[in-house]
Design a protein around this ligand. Structure first.
Ligand SMILES: O=C(CO)[C@H](O)[C@H](O)COP(=O)(O)O
Ligand SMILES: [Fe+2]
Length: 230
């Protein structure tokens, strides 16, 4: 069915975990019930922080052969790393709208490289800017913090972007990222987000499986409710 609501998927961000044990931390998240892994790439230019790039992803891939890698590319010139990331084993390449002059060409390049296409919006970027390209991407990522650091406070006012997209595109994958935790998930779920990134709330928890379960049940309840209302 064309307008079916997409499934709930929970993707922990390992940004604030023990990066010296990256593969183990990723495995711990998968064992805790994660549907995918959200890997934050920062270049110290598009955002004022540095993480890792495709060489690390390439080493990680054989350790987690079945995990879905969602690359959140917080980089200037996102065109530059498409082939490298595909070769490293990335499944989804999410670039920032603000970092490119040519959205359609970049979307096509990512697809041709065999990855799903994600477009991310910083908090200050109006949601309307991506509407003309809706046929070209698979996922839209609404940032609910300024990109660059984990552990920041959730921006509730970004939920109007999620709502607008869910109303216009009932079957689109809509991802939220930044400050998402059991205390902010209801707002995301009710607005219509179905791909949930959560960093510190999951990786820093005593019981990450419990947190993932809690995030999932909020989203699944909201999806059931919205389907009953239709
Ligand atoms: O893209 C990001 C920061 O730019 C991270 O994915 C995000 O911040 C996750 O961490 P937390 O849930 O702690 O906010
Ligand atoms: Fe992220």
């Amino acid at each position: 069915m064309a307008d079916q609501h997409p499934h709930c998927k929970i993707g922990p961000s390992i940004l604030c975990s023990d990066l010296s044990r990256l593969a183990d931390e990723c495995q711990r998240m998968m064992d805790s019930g994660a549907d995918y892994l959200h890997l934050d790439v920062m270049d110290g230019h598009f955002v004022p922080n540095l993480t890792f790039g495709h060489p690390i992803v390439k080493c990680l891939r054989p350790k987690l052969p079945d995990a879905y890698f969602d690359m959140h590319m917080m980089v200037s010139n996102p065109e530059k790393w498409v082939e490298n990331m595909a070769d490293a084993g990335a499944n989804q390449y999410t670039f920032h709208m603000e970092a490119t002059q040519d959205v359609p060409t970049l979307c096509r390049k990512i697809k041709e490289a065999g990855m799903r296409v994600g477009v991310a919006l910083k908090p200050g970027t109006p949601v309307e800017t991506i509407l003309p390209y809706s046929d070209l991407f698979d996922v839209v990522l609404i940032m609910t913090v300024e990109p660059g650091f984990g552990g920041q406070s959730f921006m509730q006012d970004m939920m109007s972007k999620v709502q607008l997209l869910r109303t216009k595109f009932p079957s689109m994958d809509i991802e939220v990222d930044g400050g998402v935790s059991p205390s902010t998930i209801d707002a995301c779920a009710e607005a219509g987000a179905n791909m949930i990134v959560s960093g510190t709330a999951v990786t820093g928890a005593q019981d990450p499986a419990h947190v993932i379960k809690c995030l999932r049940s909020a989203v699944e309840n909201a999806i059931s409710k919205s389907q009953l209302e239709r």
